[in-house]
Ligand binder design. Structure first.
Ligand code: ZN
Length: 165
């Protein structure tokens, strides 16, 4: 990767970590999950608003290093408006990229701005920071699927957290 491209990516990460318009509370949400990375002290609360199978909106609150905060914000940008199925594939691609798996360019393109984290694979101490939000969303998706399977979509999937008041 050439130097200039790295600069663009670093700028993108800094921009999102310092001034993220995704860092807020949603007026209402269907899911809320806490993600914690003890090795760095990163902590985020991810909120998700669904519209059928589509991720209508997401936002986060929390604190942590620049990588964790930027990764959360860029994940939100990338996955907002996607279906759950699309989101699952993109999450898998992102995690694969970070873990240095062999990923086709056509799949990497779907990461959009999240490809800015490609170099994290060379910084082992930062990997958990970059993956925090993505693992947190994976948990939400798994929980949603579990509830769909048991047929209790309306009553028990919606957590009565503050975002839902
Ligand atoms: Zn961190």
């Amino acid at each position: 990767m050439d130097e200039n491209l790295n600069d663009v990516y670093n700028d993108l990460i800094m921009e999102h970590s310092m001034n993220s318009y995704n860092k807020k509370k949603l007026e209402s949400c269907d899911y809320e999950e806490l993600g914690h990375n003890p090795s760095c002290g990163d902590e985020i609360t991810l909120e998700v608003k669904m519209n059928g199978d589509i991720i209508q909106d997401m936002a986060f609150m929390g604190h942590g290093c620049a990588i964790s905060q930027a990764s959360t914000s860029i994940m939100i940008e990338t996955l907002k408006g996607k279906t759950i199925q699309e989101a699952k594939e993109i999450i898998k691609t992102f995690i694969g990229m970070i873990k240095r798996e062999d990923i086709a360019d056509s799949e990497l393109e779907k990461l959009e701005d999240a490809i800015a984290f490609k170099n994290i694979q060379h910084m082992p101490a930062r990997v958990k920071c970059a993956l925090l939000a993505w693992h947190t969303l994976e948990k939400i998706i798994a929980e949603r699927e579990k509830n769909l399977d048991s047929g209790s979509i309306i009553s028990s999937t919606i957590k009565n957290n503050h975002c839902n008041l």
